[in-house]
Design a protein around this ligand. Structure first.
Ligand code: PEP
Length: 253
């Protein structure tokens, strides 16, 4: 049985006060009995991590993620954050290769490979994002691109390490646009990703890796998306900024 995961990506939103209010509402609502088997995650700004960890306290179904980390261990990289710093704060997961970072900060396949490895070395779980732009889908090159994103940055991992990764398929044309992939489009790509993993590793690893869908997930569309056999949950941007909406999404499994 794969984990069911609702992961909120707060991006560069909320002051610490606003973030603490949102996190405490989420933690409170996550106590609902129906969510005891659901993994609820908040990917928050670095400045909020320590305080939100305290807010989460001993909740067993709520976890904290960072939105990036640097690929080097330490050094002269002004403004960056290291895996050791995140691990030391008790971060559980690190989102890597979000399309906004690939686009605005020109993150390369090689950098993402190093980031994935360093996150794993520090006992945190990478949430590795992949997904195509609209033009790529229109050229019918989306499967090739996603395969390239996975193989270029992940497939050098050995099976034991790879089995710890969470994948998020996020078609760029669906992020923050209000346009969601259809259930068929999501299932087709998630199935393809699982098949690609099976070919490179094994059926049993492919069956155990959670693959999240991201791109304009809302309470109104989460249920049908999450009922697709290869969709194990969502990476949720805009809709995670409202505690009730986010929890409604988490209750959609
Ligand atoms: C995201 O930021 O990863 C995302 C999927 O955003 P949204 O849900 O707003 O489309």
């Amino acid at each position: 049985m794969r984990k069911k995961i609702a992961a909120g990506n707060w991006k560069m939103n909320t002051t610490l006060d606003e973030g603490l209010k949102l996190a405490s509402e989420v933690v409170h609502m996550a106590k609902d009995e129906s969510l005891s088997e659901t993994t609820i995650m908040m990917s928050v700004p670095y400045t909020h991590i320590e305080s939100i960890k305290k807010t989460i306290g001993n909740a067993t179904n709520v976890f904290i993620a960072a939105q990036n980390c640097h690929q080097e261990l330490s050094g002269a990289y002004t403004g960056e954050i290291s895996a050791a710093m995140l691990q030391n704060l008790g971060v559980d997961c690190v989102v890597l290769g979000h399309s906004e970072r690939r686009e605005y900060y020109k993150e390369t396949y090689a950098e993402l490979e190093s980031k994935t490895q360093i996150v794993l070395k520090h006992q945190m779980t990478p949430i590795f994002c992949c997904g195509e732009k609209l033009a790529t889908r229109e050229e019918n090159a989306h499967f090739d691109l996603v395969k390239e994103q996975l193989s270029s940055s992940l497939f050098e991992l050995d099976a034991v390490e790879f089995a710890k990764v969470i994948i998020a398929y996020e078609p760029v044309w669906a992020i923050g646009t209000g346009v969601t992939a259809s259930d068929e489009q999501a299932q087709e790509m998630h199935h393809f990703i699982r098949h690609t993993i099976a070919k490179n590793y094994s059926d049993s690893i492919a069956k155990q890796i959670p693959i999240l869908y991201g791109g304009s997930v809302k309470p109104a569309n989460a249920q049908t998306l999450f009922s697709c056999p290869d969709v194990d949950g969502g990476l949720i941007g805009g809709a995670s900024m409202d505690a009730q909406g986010f929890i409604d999404i988490a209750k959609s499994f």
